[in-house]
Structures are given as structure tokens and as C-alpha cells.
Design a protein around this ligand. Structure first.
Ligand SMILES: [Zn+2]
Length: 329
């Protein structure tokens, strides 16, 4: 999938999910687009998926991945499973147990649980970030797992984790050369979230200044030093709310995965709000009435929410030039 995106200058939508319904929405949106794509789970999303009293990130992530492994067979596209931002202090309680689960599955002749995992060491000095990344990539290579790392910091807030005001929002070519010098010799596959002013969440126009040309500078530097095969596979974090021109420019410079969470959350909730406002007397027992079971059965509004989110996934695939690119014949 990554080679195909790299050659075709398009990117896969990587959509955060937290439930069966949101996972199903992504599958439907991708299938409607004839595009392969990526379903991803954050630490908070995984804990949520395990149930609000259990709050077990690993269990929730396995549960969602198991569901996707089973139902994806019914959709005529490929979907990769990924885990999102995991800081160094959570590797032992999130990513590594999931890698062990994959290793158990491989030993039993089953496919990997997840296709890829992100290690977000962007809060650490680059050397420490890469020391950890090197160890992970060496292990991931043996397991056919892909590693995503981050150099530079994505602004804004995700999963309650907020970037500091002094954070380095723009990666430099020197940083990415250091990434290539440490990781390329390992011969594993990795994705690089280089930051070019990206911010998690959606803000009013003018608040976020994206500079996709930074990606080009990084790409030019690595090709000049290590040749064309060293070209990076970039990840665009904080894709929600981005201008289409910035998105297309980023694709031209090697972005193969764009994370979209906030726009999906809104599409989902917008449909639920629509249902509740239109069916006020049905979803509530007003003035001694009994409401309308058809209106308050969660399946009704969750089906609308699934469709609305699927439509937003379809739009993302279109914006990322992924429509019609599936490898499934
Ligand atoms: Zn992110």
C-alpha cells in the first residue's frame, strides 16, 4: 500500500476510531471510495473501547482490531490497522504488549494484529527519540511491522495531551537527515511524521500556518545525501480542517498517510445532533408522553452517524487522491 501511494503521489486517510460503529463507518467510506486506508486507535480511544469501567488500552485496542480483522473481509478494499501517538512512558503499557500479541499470533501462523505502531518521542531530545526508535525498528523489522515516528511537535491537543507553547512546530532538514542516518541502515520500514506547522484539532482560518515546503526541503536534503531510495514516507498529522491546496502540496512532497480525527468526530456527532433536534418529542418523554421507541433506539441515530462519517471518509479519500486506487481486484 505504501509503495503504491508513494509512486502515485496520493495518501491514505488514517482515521481514528473508538467503537464498532466508527470502525464500520471507515470501512464503508473506504469501500464507497474504492480506496484502501488505515484505521487507527489512540491510547485514549483504546481505553474507551474496553469500557468505561475497565479502561484497559491493550484490551480495547485488541478488541477493535479483532472486529476489523473479522468484518473487513466483507468490504472490497484493504485496510491497515495502526496505533496512534504513544509517548515513551506508555510504550510498556500500550505498544509493546500489542507487539507481543502480534508475535504470539505470528508464532501460531496468524496474521499480525496491527500493521503499524507509532512511537511519539517528539517531547524528547532527538537523540533520545531516535535511540528508542532504533530499538523498536529492529524488533518491528522481524515482525513485518511498520514504525511511525515523529520529529518536531504537532501543536494543539489530542487525547488530552497538549503541545507546549514553546514546542518546535517545524521540523528541519538537519533533523530528518539525522533520522535517515540512524534508521535507514536497519532496513525496516518506517513512516516519518515531520511537522510543518500542523496542529491537532480544527481552528478558525488564519490560526494555523502550514508550510508544506518544509517537507520538500527535508526530502531534497535526504535525496541529495543518500539517494532517491531514501526518500521519506511522510505522515500528515492534524489533517482535519486543512486547506486543500496545502494537502495537495504535501502529497506532492511525499505524504502517504494523513491522520483525520476531528473532522470525523464532527461528521459523526453532526448526524446525531440532527436526529435529536428533529425528533425532540420522540427521543424524550415530554409532558407525560412516552416518546417514540423508533426515535430513541440508538441504532437509528448511530446508523445515521455511521453514514455521515462514511461520507466524510469518502471526502477525505477524494482530497488525498486515493479514490479508485484500491489494490483489491
Ligand atoms: Zn497526531
Amino acid at each position: 500500500m505504501l509503495d503504491r501511494a508513494r509512486a502515485g503521489k496520493f495518501a491514505y486517510p488514517a482515521v481514528n476510531v473508538t467503537s464498532l460503529t466508527t470502525a464500520n463507518a471507515v470501512l464503508k467510506g473506504l469501500a464507497d471510495s474504492k480506496s484502501d486506508g488505515i484505521i487507527q486507535v489512540s491510547t485514549g480511544g483504546a481505553a474507551f473501547a474496553s469500557g468505561s469501567s475497565v479502561k484497559d488500552m491493550v484490551l480495547g485496542a485488541i478488541s477493535i482490531a479483532d472486529h476489523v480483522h473479522r468484518v473487513a473481509d466483507r468490504y472490497p478494499i484493504y485496510v491497515a490497522l495502526h496505533t496512534d501517538h504513544c509517548q515513551a512512558n506508555k510504550l510498556d503499557s500500550f505498544v509493546l504488549p500489542l507487539v507481543e500479541e502480534t508475535e504470539r499470533r505470528r508464532a501460531a501462523g496468524k496474521p499480525n494484529l496491527f500493521s503499524s505502531h507509532m512511537f511519539d518521542g517528539s517531547a524528547l531530545p532527538l537523540k533520545e527519540n531516535l535511540d528508542i526508535a532504533v530499538k523498536l525498528l529492529e524488533r518491528f523489522r522481524k515482525d513485518d511491522l511498520i514504525l511511525e515516528i515523529e520529529a518536531g511537535v504537532v501543536g494543539g491537543e489530542e487525547d488530552g495531551i497538549k503541545a507546549s507553547a514553546s514546542a518546535k512546530l517545524y521540523t528541519t532538514p538537519e533533523d530528518t537527515l539525522e533520522v535517515a542516518s540512524r534508521l535507514n541502515a536497519i532496513q525496516g520500514r518506517y513512516l516519518l511524521a515531520a511537522t510543518f506547522g500542523n496542529v491537532h484539532g480544527v481552528y478558525k482560518p488564519g490560526h494555523v500556518k502550514l508550510k508544506p515546503s518544509i517537507l520538500k526541503d527535508c526530502q531534497d536534503a535526504v535525496i541529495a545525501k543518500y539517494g532517491d531510495p531514501a526518500r521519506f514516507d511522510f505522515v500528515f498529522h492534524g489533517g482535519s480542517g486543512s486547506d486543500i491546496r496545502d494537502i495537495h502540496e504535501a502529497l506532492d512532497y511525499g505524504v502517504v498517510k494523513m491522520n483525520v480525527d476531528t473532522d470525523m468526530q464532527y461528521a459523526f456527532t453532526r448526524a446525531v445532533a440532527d436526529h435529536f433536534f428533529k425528533n425532540y418529542d420522540g427521543v424524550l418523554k415530554v409532558d407525560g408522553e412516552v416518546g417514540n421507541k423508533k426515535a430513541y433506539d440508538p441504532r437509528g441515530y448511530l446508523t445515521s452517524a455511521e453514514s455521515a462519517m462514511a461520507a466524510r471518509v469518502k471526502q477525505a479519500a477524494q482530497e488525498l487522491r486515493a479514490t479508485g486506487t484500491t489494490m483489491m481486484q
